[in-house]
Design a protein around this ligand. Structure first.
Ligand SMILES: [Fe+2]
Ligand SMILES: [Fe+2]
Length: 304
């Protein structure tokens, strides 16, 4: 049903070859708080007029912290969903091993994000809030049908690719923190296999479904997107409080409004639109359903 050139044995082989440890990512480094963590394409602070350069750097760091926290949080639902898919029992041998590695790597990524969150907290002067708890958000996502859940995962896997490419592209211009770049790079290395595995999973699930069930899967994917969007809106409000503490001044209503608008736009790009509009995700969606693809396009335009 979906056009791709992926197969389990070669994905398994690449995954075994690439496999990194936490120490490889960290490399004895710690955060350099004099540098931005995220490229501005993902942090969206450069254009905010009411903040000076030092304050923009603080907001970039807060966005780095929430990037780590939100990734650790969304990956919580991926592990049980992949294990459930394996439990379906249709995969044996290398296919089964490739899928089990997928779950294992995501569990490792959760540990990685947790280490980075702890490291951030030990170096950043003030406290930052984050939405949650992760288990509740994971349960809310998993309450949707498997096609909706795995489309969401596919969306996340592909946008992870885009995030690393943008960090590399922007690093020369923005001199990003080396430890954060290392995280984006190592995550990208393993997520490259996940994006392929997820395409195979979506294809497998969809091939067992009728037209109505496929449309329902796409609607569920959009519902999960709206759920995440609500979380991002709450996160923007929390970030304003974190920012005030970090810069040591109270923001006026006009300043709050400017930052809130810029940050909501940026969060939506980073976690929703960069996945929804990724060419590979877009193609898979169109191949699943022309009408579903149109509905997702409408949603993307509504939140852009
Ligand atoms: Fe991951
Ligand atoms: Fe992944």
């Amino acid at each position: 049903m979906l056009s791709h050139t992926y197969d389990y044995p070669s994905i398994l082989e690449t995954s075994q070859r690439i496999n990194w440890k936490l120490e490889d990512v960290i490399g004895g480094r710690t955060f350099d708080f004099s540098r931005p963590f995220l490229p501005d394409s993902l942090a969206g602070v450069a254009g905010i007029r009411c903040l000076d350069d030092k304050e923009k750097l603080k907001l970039n760091h807060i966005r780095g912290f929430t990037y780590l926290s939100l990734f650790g949080l969304v990956e919580e639902y991926i592990v049980p969903s992949v294990l459930d898919h394996v439990r379906g029992g249709v995969h044996e041998g290398q296919e089964r091993r490739a899928l089990l590695r997928f779950a294992e790597e995501e569990a490792k990524h959760i540990e990685l994000f947790r280490w980075f969150v702890r490291e951030f907290k030990s170096g950043f002067d003030t406290e930052c809030g984050v939405i949650g708890p992760a288990s509740e958000i994971a349960s809310a996502i998993l309450a949707h049908c498997p096609l909706g859940v795995f489309l969401t995962t596919l969306h996340i896997e592909w946008f992870t690719q885009k995030h690393y490419v943008e960090s590399v592209k922007d690093n020369a211009a923005e001199h990003l923190d080396a430890l954060f770049c290392s995280l984006l790079k190592h995550h990208w290395m393993e997520e490259s296999q996940h994006a392929k595995l997820d395409t195979l999973i979506v294809d497998e699930i969809a091939s067992t479904l009728g037209r109505k069930e496929i449309e329902k899967g796409i609607d569920d994917y959009m519902d999960i997107g709206k759920l995440l969007d609500g979380g991002l809106q709450a996160q923007v409000r929390m970030d304003l409080e974190s920012l005030q503490k970090a810069i040591g001044r109270v923001l006026g209503p006009a300043e709050r409004a400017e930052i809130e608008a810029a940050q909501l736009k940026s969060y939506r790009w980073t976690f929703l639109l960069s996945g929804m509009t990724h060419p590979n995700f877009d193609r898979s969606l169109r191949e699943l359903s022309v009408d579903g693809h149109r509905r997702v396009g409408e949603l993307a335009r509504a939140i852009a």
